[in-house]
Design a protein around this ligand. Structure first.
Ligand code: SF4
Length: 611
């Protein structure tokens, strides 16, 4: 057997950014490539194992869902074209807009791009003359990170995972961490199971962590900030009305009083806004005031949310254009949109995407087939982790280097090389694909990166990028950061259910990247259509079996979805999974500035058919 290559990468599939090794082998040249995932001893979540997505990343990287050739929308459908044809088609409207109205071009970045890719995209925007370059995933996380920065008074840094190993109490502010940041949730559960730590949960429903929690302090939907403030007041000995019961408050105080090393965990994308994060930050301060070690862990949703923030803050300021969500809003005035390494399906439903396509010249640089690629005027396939050298900045503030272990699939090219080629098609000469040139520019222009040397990265060092890295408010539009706080819904006779938008298990299963692995696809069969989660009692009262269709009606609209019951959902509550954003917008209203609505809404749920 011949070993072709072994290389280290960071998993791009969630904010844990686990380190792992890929072993790529081919017995004979005419045999298919076999990719084995091997654990890594590098610090971070990956050292303690991977989740099922990570173990299947070899299959994902080589799946049939990879985009292998440039495609263009011609004669009513996507047609395979040559790179030259695709680049010419992509560049033509950009050339006209660059000359006449460059601010009508927008660039939206994914949150698992490498630092070099994000930096090149910012430079490409500058070359076009548009200030509109932003990261959608960063904007999903930004309100939570900003709220914490405001209260704690410094740019947010997630403590290193190893620090959590010393915690004797985990205070979890959302119960779906295992769907959003699986290894972080796994590390906590392991410590609780070993008897080394205790866990308490403050959440409106239980989407999994309740099983490990000594206390599940339930609050009314939409009242998370009020619940956190109530706990903070109770620690100060103040009585304060709020959504938590006196019994739960007493139990929380007692457990906190017995703990010396406390970790407060929230998943950034699961918080409703800065208000909730500020409340979490004040709780952290109150806990610290009681002379104990306290870590605040706001876990990002993207593998490189913070690195992308750093690159967008090159020269110490943002590109100063529209946020990604405002670019995508119907009144943005954009005429061309370039999406690099992201799937807009996480925030927009199929109908919204189809409308977007009619409005703008849509160029996608994806790695996987997704609603983006199917709607794009031009889709230019780009490489992924494992196929190109790239860095990310982990939440602990260190820069990690991923190696190029695999040949790119099909005709996929590095994103920076595609931007070089687009620049050439516009009559410019750029060398963003040259690592030395790009790193020289990053060192010079990105605060905190001056000491990061390419040779040291390649030698597997993990340089820390320092404390002068950008605060989220430098890059993200204030309108994103000041989104109105969630409020409680008021059910009535006509609308007796409270419907809450939340991310759930289907969030990763509907990720186009994960659909490439057959075990994940098998899991996905239950979640491949929009659904609502109900309590078992409510399902039984309506004589509904799992999978039955229900009609949901709110003040703003109606939708027919499948019903699933879960033990952790209280009666009278329906959970609307955020992986089906079109349904949430129909039922919850438009949301501010193109974002998903975050507030609970009252609605009616009735059987649509009896199976
Ligand atoms: S926890 Fe996240 S980063 Fe780690 S292996 Fe799973 S998907 Fe990848």
């Amino acid at each position: 057997m011949s070993t072709d290559s072994l290389g280290f990468i960071t998993c791009p599939l969630c904010g844990c950014a686990c380190g792992l090794n890929l072993l790529a082998q081919r017995i004979r040249p005419d045999q298919p490539l076999s990719i084995t995932v091997l654990p890594s001893s590098a610090p971070g979540w990956g050292a303690s194992g991977l989740c099922m997505r990570g173990w299947q990343i070899g299959e994902i990287l080589r799946s049939r869902r990879r985009l292998r050739h440039p495609m263009a929308w011609q004669e009513g459908g996507q047609q395979q074209v040559t790179w030259d044809e695709a680049l010419a088609l992509a560049a033509e409207p950009l050339r006209r807009l660059r000359a006449m109205e460059p601010a009508a071009i927008g660039i939206v970045l994914g949150d698992s791009l490498g630092n070099e890719e994000a930096f090149a995209a910012r430079e490409f925007a500058a070359m076009l003359g548009t200030p509109n370059v932003a990261c959608l995933g960063l904007e999903i996380d930004a309100p939570a990170v900003h709220g914490l920065e405001q209260v704690l008074g410094a740019p947010y840094r997630a403590p290193e995972p190893e620090e959590m190993d010393g915690a004797d109490l985990f205070i979890c502010v959302n119960s779906n961490l295992q769907h959003l940041n699986p290894r972080a949730a796994g590390a906590m559960a392991r410590r609780v199971q070993q008897g080394a730590a205790r866990m308490v949960l403050i959440d409106e429903v239980d989407q999994g962590l309740g099983a490990w929690s000594e206390v599940h302090a339930r609050h009314q939907p939409g009242m998370r900030a009020g619940a956190l403030r109530q706990v903070t007041a109770a620690l100060a000995g103040e009585g304060r009305d709020g959504p938590l019961s006196p019994e739960d408050l007493r139990a929380l105080r007692s457990i906190i009083g017995e703990s010396r090393r406390v970790a407060v965990l929230v998943s950034a994308g699961a918080l409703g806004g800065a208000d909730e994060a500020q409340a979490a930050g004040r709780l952290v301060q109150a806990l610290r005031g009681e002379a104990r070690w306290v870590g605040a862990y706001v876990l990002p949703s993207g593998a490189n949310t913070f690195g992308t923030l750093d690159m967008l803050a090159a020269d110490g300021h943002s590109p100063r254009g529209m946020s990604a969500t405002h670019m995508l809003a119907a009144d943005s005035g954009l005429q061309a949109l370039i999406v690099i390494g992201d799937d807009l399906g996480r925030l927009y439903g199929p109908e919204e995407l189809a409308t977007l396509r009619r409005r703008v010249h849509f160029v996608a640089l994806p790695s996987f087939i997704s609603p983006n690629t199917e709607l794009a005027d031009v889709a230019l396939p780009v490489t992924v982790s494992g196929e190109r050298e790239a860095t990310i900045r982990r939440p602990d503030g260190r820069v990690w280097w991923s190696e190029a272990t695999l040949e790119p699939v099909g005709e996929a090219r590095r994103a920076e090389a595609v931007l070089d080629a687009l620049a050439a098609a516009l009559g410019e000469s750029r060398r963003w694909s040259d690592r030395n040139t790009t790193w020289a520019a990053i060192r010079e222009r990105v605060p905190g990166y001056r000491h990061v040397a390419l040779g040291r990265l390649r030698a597997a060092e993990l340089p820390a990028v320092g404390l002068d890295t950008a605060a989220v408010a430098i890059v993200v539009d204030p309108r994103i950061l000041t989104q109105s706080p969630a409020t409680a819904a008021e059910p009535d006779g006509a609308h007796p259910f409270v419907l809450i938008p939340r991310s759930g298990r289907g969030g990763w299963i509907t990720d186009p990247r994960c659909q490439g692995a057959h075990i994940l696809r098998r899991e996905a069969t239950m979640y491949r259509e929009p659904y609502v989660l109900l309590s078992r009692d409510d399902a039984q009262a309506m004589n509904l079996r799992d999978g039955a269709r229900v009609q949901i009606t709110t003040e703003t609209g109606a939708a027919v979805v499948r019903m699933r019951s879960e033990a952790g959902i209280p009666s009278g509550v329906g959970v609307l999974p955020t992986e089906y954003p079109g349904v949430i917008r129909v039922l919850g209203g438009g949301g501010e500035g193109g974002r998903l609505p975050i507030a609970p809404v009252a609605g009616a749920i009735e059987p649509s058919e009896i199976r």
